[in-house]
Design a protein around this ligand. Structure first.
Ligand code: ATP
Ligand code: MG
Length: 465
């Protein structure tokens, strides 16, 4: 960054001409405006000169152009329609939308426009970065080959996350998605966390920041919030702003963990916008733009070489996105679309919650497509052995429950039953349990060795008979 950066920044934002239109009608969530020849995606503000219209937070009411017809521009509001009056002036504010980002965002909680939501005063020293930048060309992306330790044993040991990987966390309501994200934010080895809370209930936001994240988690995080009662545009913007913030830290050569809770609510917001702008509904009312926007959003994570004066350094954005699966239906259109785009998925299971097994990660159903690329050979071997044991136990679980399993039927199953408690204890983790990764990995390798030896012993004794 040079001394002149703020100047360039200001010049970039200057508008050669202020274009003003007039409100003629309100249709549901959208406002129709006359004489406003601005491109789609432009930011506009309501009211001019001494009669600005304000949003519910007391800021000037903003909107975005989401469509147009022969006579009107269709503007969607970033606040409530209440207060908008016929004939109100609508003034073009920003043609290419940008978001304010900078180091001082760390430890802060902001809304979709980058305004602070906490009571810590204004956030200084920010530059404006594009809200929806050009996608990174495929050739600039690097291989994912380093593990990102999350601090959650079930993930680090069994579904290892790579720096730059994108992973979906699929779960029904109340299974522990938000708690899991909070734990990761507190314990992760990433340099910075950016957490987008999209469409959450207002009460949960404070709870998440105070309890799940805690002061030590917040200190190296940026929290971007758009609650469910905010306009769909604001929810969408908050998700994009979180990506822009993550890109800012990545471009400084940092490993960033971007967490979004939830992608389902992002899709709902885009569906509302698409339908209001007149798009045809398709599967379950989701409009085509929902799937296009999802792909664009999820593609913003990854590893790239950062051009740097010293040496080529790498910056990465690792994306963790929660997806709400209603009634545990994994074939629902959003889950389906997201699973196709991501590099892995973690399934949280209600069955485990019922056994008070937290975090409720279903290790057998979860997949990390880069697992073997980011772990050591010993870790990979141990992981496969543990999976084999868990699968063997699952196969005979029902028989074991009713006491119908005959010991000696199967060597794997015999050992899996013997070690079942120890295997589950390894994957369980209390809130206060911050076992360092190397130690947890050592314990896992030991357990894998013991089970493999046990199986060998049985097979040998069977062979001897
Ligand atoms: N690691 C954990 N240890 C103990 N209890 C937990 C843990 N994770 C979740 N819970 C329990 O589960 C409840 C729901 O968790 P959480 O709010 O994280 O779920 P969620 O999936 O985000 O829910 P929603 O779908 O409503 O957003 C918590 O209030 C807590 O009681
Ligand atoms: Mg939640």
């Amino acid at each position: 960054m040079t001394l002149l950066s703020p100047v360039f920044d200001a010049v970039r934002r200057v508008e050669p001409l202020r274009i003003t239109g007039r409100v003629v009608a309100v249709r549901g969530l959208t406002v129709l405006v006359d004489d406003l020849p601005l491109p789609i995606g432009s930011l506009v503000r309501f009211g001019a000169g001494r009669t600005p219209r304000f949003d519910e937070r007391g800021g000037v009411l903003h909107g975005e152009i989401v469509g147009f017809s022969r006579e009107h521009s269709v503007v969607m509001l970033l606040g409530q329609t209440c207060g908008v009056t016929p004939g109100d002036a609508v003034v073009g504010d920003e043609v290419a939308q940008t978001a304010p980002v900078g180091w001082r965002m760390l430890g802060r909680c902001i809304d979709g426009l980058g305004r602070p939501l906490d009571e810590l005063g204004p956030i200084h020293d920010r530059i404006h970065a594009p809200l929806s930048p050009e996608p990174i060309p495929a050739m600039r992306r690097c291989r994912i080959d380093r593990q990102l330790v999350t601090g959650v044993k079930a993930l680090d040991l069994m579904t290892p996350v790579g720096r730059g990987q994108r992973l979906g966390i699929f779960a029904g309501p109340g299974v522990g998605k938000s708690t899991l994200l909070g734990t990761i934010a507190r314990r992760t080895a990433a340099d910075v966390s950016v957490i987008a809370l999209i469409g959450e209930r207002g009460r949960e936001v404070k709870d998440f920041i105070d309890h799940s994240l805690g002061p030590e988690g917040l200190a190296r995080s940026v929290v971007v919030v758009a609650t469910g009662d905010e306009s769909p545009l604001m929810r969408l913007r908050a998700a994009k702003l979180a990506c822009t913030a993550a890109e800012f830290f990545r471009d400084q050569g940092r490993d960033v963990l971007l967490m979004m809770d939830s992608i389902t609510r992002f899709a709902h917001a885009q569906r509302q916008i698409g339908l209001s702008a007149g798009e045809p509904p398709a599967t379950k009312g989701y409009t085509p733009s929902v799937f296009a926007q999802l792909a664009l959003l999820l593609e913003r994570a990854g590893v790239i070489d950062v051009p740097s004066t010293a040496a080529a350094k790498r910056g990465s954005i690792t994306g963790l996105y929660t997806i709400l699966v209603e009634g545990d239906d994994m074939t629902e259109p959003i889950s389906d679309a997201v699973r196709g785009i991501l590099d892995g998925h973690v399934i949280l299971s209600r069955k485990l919650v019922q056994k008070a097994h937290y975090p409720a990660v279903d290790v057998l159903d979860s997949v990390s497509r880069v697992a073997d690329d980011v772990t050591t050979e010993d870790h990979a071997v141990a992981r496969r052995q543990i999976i084999r044991m868990l699968a063997a136990y699952r196969d005979v679980e029902d028989l074991v429950q009713i006491g119908a399993y005959a010991k000696g039927s199967n060597a794997d199953a015999d050992i899996a039953i013997e070690f079942n408690r120890r295997l589950n204890d390894m994957l369980r983790q209390d809130r206060g349990d911050a076992t360092p990764f190397e130690r947890a990995r050592g314990q896992m390798q030991q357990l894998a060795k013991e089970t493999a030896e046990g199986v060998q012993r049985i097979l040998k004794s069977k062979g001897a008979r």
